[in-house]
Structure formats: structure tokens, C-alpha cells
Design a protein around this ligand. Sequence first.
Ligand code: CTP
Ligand code: CA
Length: 221
Amino acid sequence: VRAFFAPKRLAGRKVLITAGPTFEPIDPVRGITNISSGKMGFALARSCADAGADVTLVAGPVAQPTPRGVRRIDVQTALQMREAVLANVLATDVFIGVAAVADYRPATAADHKMKKTGGEGLTIELVQNPDILAEVAALPNPPFCVGFAAESQNLDTYAAAKRAKKRVPLLVANLVQDGMGGDTNCVVLFDDAGRHPVPAGAKDEVAQAIVAHMAGMLRPD
Ligand code: CTP
Ligand code: CA
């Protein structure tokens, strides 16, 4: 009942979110990925939809149900995620990059399942993936961009540096030990005003706090 009467703080806003890991193929049966579950990105999609936004969610390979009312586009690789984002970013008010995009992909993927050869090791050449968030933030008329920073140490220094480098007004920093893969998270928000710790809690609660903070930063339309 409370949610029904609460003001819809994102009513009329278009929000685009990336979530989950990406999967970068090595051959038809193998690839490089990471332990992201997609839970934080899906929780944010749910919170934005609850707040009245028109939400598009670009998801890497995850086992998460699509939140009600959210438009979902499934992708595998970072290049596919970038394509889906660029195809949907027009007229978007807010972009939230939650995905744990693989920083590198194999330079080539083998057409057939690779066979073991001899007793030697194997070296796979990797090339860097494009930075989707930085690219969206650098668009001529960018949406309000929110980044996530996954760190395993030096949270404050690394997060502040990442916010400046990617030129995003709001950055959500979390220690991977606290959040990645699990049901709870502990994050700190960084914006022009400084650092704002969010009480640790379920990812849905943390998502609501992030959305409330973000909604307060949007220009009135
Ligand atoms: N991101 C992205 N595209 C990439 C890499 C990252 O859009 N190719 C986004 C993530 O979704 C996140 C933010 O950039 O919102 C930060 O991701 P993170 O992995 O923490 O930072 P990186 O810039 O990749 O730096 P590093 O992994 O070296 O710490
Ligand atoms: Ca990275």
C-alpha cells in the first residue's frame, strides 16, 4: 500500500541498465567469464521500474527472472552488450552500468573445439574490450551516467579515480568480497559532494537507496 501511494520518483524517465557478466568465447564450448550473478543489476532494474521508470535491461548470461514491466535484451559478449546499449541509448535519461564486463576477450575464437596437444601449456592471446560506460558518458548529449566500481582493495582511492576517469556524475563502489555473487551488498556512493556510505543490506534495499540518491541528482524535466 505504501509503495502504491509513494510518489513515483522516476515517472516519465527512460532508464537503460547493463547487468551480469559477459562471456567471451574461446571455442564453441569454452570461454572467459566472471562470478557476477546479475543480482545487483536486476535489483536496480526492479527498483527503477517500481519508481515509475521505463526500463531496458541489457543482460549478460545470468539465471535471473525478468522484473515485471522491464524490457530485457540478452547478450553474451561485451561487443554484443555494447551494440545493444548503443542501439537503445537514444532518448535515454539515465544509463546505469552494473555489468561486470570482461575487460579482455580472446583475440580469436576457434571454430571447432580445441584439442589438447602434447604436454605443452597453452597461451591464449587476449585483446581489450571497449569500455561501454566510458563510451556512453562521452556521447555528445549523454544520459545521466551511473557507474559501478568493483574493487578488492583501496575502495575510496580507486573509486574516486574511476569516477573522474570515466566522467560519470555518480559512482557506486563496492568491495567484491562484500557483494559479487551474493544476495547482500555494502556500497559507498561517490558524487561531486563526496562520499555517501549506504547501509549494508539485501541487494533490493541497497538498490532502492541508490535509486533514491540518483533521483535526487536528476535535473527536473
Ligand atoms: N564497464 C563497461 N565496459 C567495460 C568495463 C567496465 O561498461 N568494458 C563499466 C562497468 O559496468 C562499471 C564500470 O565500468 O560500471 C567500472 O567497471 P570496473 O570493472 O570496476 O572498472 P574498469 O574500468 O574495467 O577498471 P578495472 O577493472 O581495471 O578496475
Ligand atoms: Ca573491469
